[in-house]
Design a binder for this molecule. Structure first.
Ligand code: MG
Ligand code: MG
Length: 257
């Protein structure tokens, strides 16, 4: 079911969004060659908990192995280079030239927010820089398309057109999503679609819009850690995400400082 929130409910979600934005910003400032992903994870967890929120990713049920899989162990999903989403924080030290996706959620008074950015570690190559630029631009185009009266397919197409025009691929298996009382709610909004198709967007709907882009083929693999999703061809990937409120005009972005 698609839930339209009241003003009071949106105010609490806005606080969840602010906490996520703050956590991502503090982590971003710590990104440098030599730091481990586990250290970055600790930075985010401290920010989230110090604001009276909790990290929804920690303990999240396994999507690939169901009850037999291990729940997600981190506060953040930290995905490096060819890793697209759901990378587990650990002992890996970042290197100059890597690209890192910082994906962060928070639950505040029962309300969720979810956001991601991909950043360079030190100086990055021209190819990586272009991939980041295109993926972020695809996110902003999708957000601009997410107005009341539009359909979810319109959001998908706005994003997909930019990605494919750049010669990149959108992910098939993971989607943008409704968000609110739960991290993942209806509607699911694929990274590809058809204009005029899918559920109609209404004012007060809250959605997490997230292009996941692969520089090469769209095929992905899930690693043996049961979580990390990487490009099958080993080429670079990028991911940007904001939680927004649908309005009659420009969407209201909750996960921005
Ligand atoms: Mg996310
Ligand atoms: Mg999300």
């Amino acid at each position: 079911m698609i839930i339209v929130k009241s003003k009071a409910e949106l105010a609490q979600m806005r606080e969840a969004g602010r906490i996520v934005a703050q956590a991502i910003e503090e982590v971003r400032q710590c990104v440098k060659p030599g730091i481990t992903t586990k250290e970055l994870d600790a930075v985010a967890e401290k920010v989230i908990r110090s604001h009276g929120a909790v990290p929804p990713f920690k303990g999240y049920p396994n999507q690939h192995h169901g009850k037999n899989g291990r729940p997600f162990p981190g506060t953040l999903c930290l995905s490096v280079n060819e890793e697209l989403v759901h990378g587990i924080p650990g002992k890996r030290a970042l290197k100059e030239g890597d690209i890192l996706t910082i994906d962060c959620g928070a639950i505040y008074k029962g309300w969720h927010a979810d956001s991601a950015i991909t950043v360079g570690v030190g100086e990055i190559g021209e190819e990586a820089r272009r991939l980041l630029e295109v993926t972020e631009r695809a996110m902003w185009a999708a957000i601009a398309a997410a107005r009341a009266g539009q359909r979810t397919g319109d959001v998908s197409v706005a994003l997909e057109d930019i990605v494919t025009a750049a010669g990149y691929s959108v992910v098939r298996e993971y989607t943008s999503h409704g968000i609110g009382r739960s991290l993942h709610e209806d509607p699911q909004i694929p990274n590809y679609g058809k204009t005029g198709h899918g559920p109609k967007l209404r004012p007060g709907m809250t959605i997490a819009i997230e292009p996941m882009v692969l520089a090469g083929s769209p095929d992905t693999v899930v690693r043996s850690d049961e979580w990390t999703v990487a490009s099958k061809d080993g080429k670079l990937t990028a991911h940007f995400e904001h939680t927004v409120v649908v309005t009659e005009a420009e969407p209201d972005i909750l996960t921005r400082l």
